[in-house]
Design a protein around this ligand. Sequence first.
Ligand code: GLP
Length: 245
Amino acid sequence: MNRYQLKFFADSQEASVFVAHEIANLIRQKNKNGEYCVLGLATGSTPKSIYKELIRLHKEEGLSFKKVYSFNLDEYYPMEPNSLNSYVRFMKEQLFNHVDIPAENYFIPDGTISADKIKEFCAAYEQKIEALGGLDFQLLGIGGNGHIGFNEPGSLINSGTRLMMLDHATRVAAASEFGGQLSKVPKKAITLGVEKILQAKRIVLLAWGERKALVLKAAIEGPVDETLPASYLQTHADTLFVIDN
Ligand code: GLP
């Protein structure tokens, strides 16, 4: 029997408020117990409305990120952090610059490290998460081909944090953010592995709009295998799929 839950909302806005409030409650609960809250965060267009609500909760309702650690799922490789398409820049613009999270508390895979240091970097990234007791909460979107983070089809359930060759379909989907030029989309990315994602205590995957409907159905109802990495979430003990009607 599947252990995941599904929750449907009238629209992505309502869904985002719900998820942002879950994150806020978790931060408050952990902080009340004198603990840090360790978040796994995602990029893409889907979570933007969550970050917007978290900023509102910070500005209007006193939600503090001082005792939050966060780890982003992925970053293109190579990628300069101040580049228009960098996920470092995305996270600063969408969330970090607008809340009180200390700069030393958030981590995003480094798109500037030399190729020979990537393996070492990825191992250290995982160790940092482990040293903090693992991810309390992982936010996920889903790629059109069923990827999570940048774990493309073919990724194993125990795959580690690593450099990944991006699928052609993923690069085509991203091209609009690179001025419509496929040749400008990096061919690789560093991604948190499936194993670390599945070790998160709680996972919430967001999917909005008709364009995600079929891949979502396959991830939720289809077989669990490497052709659709999001299907691995069926094996996780506490995953919620948040979906608009
Ligand atoms: C990228 C990101 C994923 C994200 C996916 C979907 O590939 N690496 O983490 O889930 O895009 O993006 P969007 O939310 O824009 O549909």
